[in-house]
Design a protein around this ligand. Sequence first.
Ligand code: SF4
Length: 268
Amino acid sequence: MDFKQCPLKYRLRAIDRIPEPPSRHAVRGTVVHAVLEDLYGLPAADRGPERAAALVEPAWARVLAAQPEIAELVAADGLTPFLAEVRALVDSYYQLEDPTRFEPESREARVEVELDDGVLLRGYVDRIDVAPTGELRVVDYKTGRAPGLTHETKALFQLKFYALVVLRTRGVLPAQLRLIYLADRQILTYAPDAEELGRFERTLSALWAAVREAGRSGEFPPSTSWLCGYCDYKPLCPEYGGTPPPYPGWPEGDGESPDETLAEAVAD
Ligand code: SF4
């Protein structure tokens, strides 16, 4: 999606690997995900809302221990309101699903598959549910709002990506993909069909071929859009008076598989 939106942004993020500063919004999302993951680690009967609220502080402590630099970011507006926002989002979850009524098959599962033409796809799936009938549901939590029309393409891209990885790793077409938007308490569902995923697989392969070609030539032109307003690379962007660093070259032979770059970008 980054490459399609702006090749230069993709380059700076995935090839130069220039870190983007963590945002308060992203940190809040990480803590909410940690709480929901912990919640499903408890016996079903213990997954009530009070118990979930009690998981917030330990989850925050864990996230903070892994990224001590976020302390300042959160402290700027106060830790108490930050934790209250996390609790409110976790509480919203109970309007959408009842975690005491089912047992997920997996949480935060790392999924990875190599397509026939060698493209490696990788991502983390928040939750996979399997019905007694064998039907499979892939669930992803979002702490933001459900997308309007402009963002829907991105959400669908991600859903199809997960569906394809599950289809190729398990040989099972997921019956449903579900995006849960906690901020406005909405659920976006999608029932994929095998033919559509076949087309999507060809799209990913073509996209990856375009990325590799750009990687060889070093041509990653900036492409402006309203999303520039959210781009952390603006100071390095020629469209905004900046100068990107010299192209470091395709990261082949540095111990990382170059094919992983696509998967990481998509998983973001
Ligand atoms: S500011 Fe806009 S054009 Fe420049 S790198 Fe970011 S997304 Fe691309």
